[in-house]
Ligand binder design. Structure first.
Ligand code: ATP
Ligand code: MG
Length: 221
């Protein structure tokens, strides 16, 4: 049995065409069913539904053989090694080029970010992505006080909790609706396929075939 970890929502939706290209149809709609384990048209392939941030954990510890996770999630999970392609316990992340967005710094429209950065004053940054944010500001030599949040980052500058946020942006409409300005683009984000290295040894043939099919589907798009 091959177990693929996916999270509900855009990762699941955007993974369907890749699975289809590999000849696999998922037999249940996670938005309609409460099932956490979903069968596919391939009797030896199943999908497990986990939180986006739990995908690397499942794959790393063998709860799933492979999984799809955003680069944002991988960076927070395993540090920057995953960028280089070698996150601890995860085999060679393949860029699936789905669920694309960017990691950015945003501030209130009336906050002078350039001046704050130039003056070398400490700025308060709220984010779910503390590892990536710390790394980014350290590289710039900017002193930050990081405030860890789990959601609705946009609210932080509006309530005075923070001067800036580090968050994912796609269209920018959420920022705009909250009078926030994107002042810095940290990196482009997309979802990656991660594989458990032990599983790759034990189930080499079927996993290799699946990874190759995904890779071909990505290149062919
Ligand atoms: P939850 O929304 O359940 O708290 P989550 O935010 O981690 O969890 P999703 O919103 O489904 O889960 O995001 C999953 C992945 O999709 C993210 O890790 C990121 O890589 C990508 N993503 C997030 N927001 C966007 C966006 N606005 N546009 C495109 N991709 C995004
Ligand atoms: Mg979300």
């Amino acid at each position: 049995m091959i177990t693929l970890a996916l999270s509900k929502g855009r990762i699941f939706d955007d993974s369907l065409p890749l699975l289809r290209a590999a000849g696999i149809e998922v037999l249940e709609d996670p938005e309609k069913s409460r099932k956490l384990i979903i069968a596919t048209t391939r009797p030896d392939v199943r999908v497990v539904l986990v939180r986006a941030t739990d995908v690397p954990t499942y794959v790393q510890h063998g709860g799933a053989d492979l999984g799809v996770a955003g680069l944002d999630v991988l960076l927070e999970h395993g540090g920057d090694q995953s960028l280089a392609g070698g996150a601890v316990g995860l085999y060679r992340p393949l860029d699936l080029k789905i669920a694309r967005c960017r990691m950015s710094v945003a501030v209130r429209e009336d906050f002078d970010y350039a001046a704050a950065v130039k003056q070398g004053s400490r700025i308060r940054v709220a984010t779910k992505y503390t590892h990536t944010a710390r790394q980014h500001f350290a590289t710039k030599g900017v002193h930050v006080d990081l405030i860890k949040l789990y959601g609705s980052m946009e609210l932080a500058p509006l309530t005075g909790l923070a001067d800036a946020i580090v968050d994912l942006v796609s269209t920018g409409s959420t920022l705009q609706a909250n009078h926030l300005l994107e002042v810095e683009h940290i990196m482009d984000i997309s979802a990656r396929l991660v594989v458990n290295p032990a599983a790759l040894k034990l189930k080499r043939e079927p996993l290799r075939a699946l990874i190759d099919a995904f890779e071909a589907a990505v290149e062919g798009r």
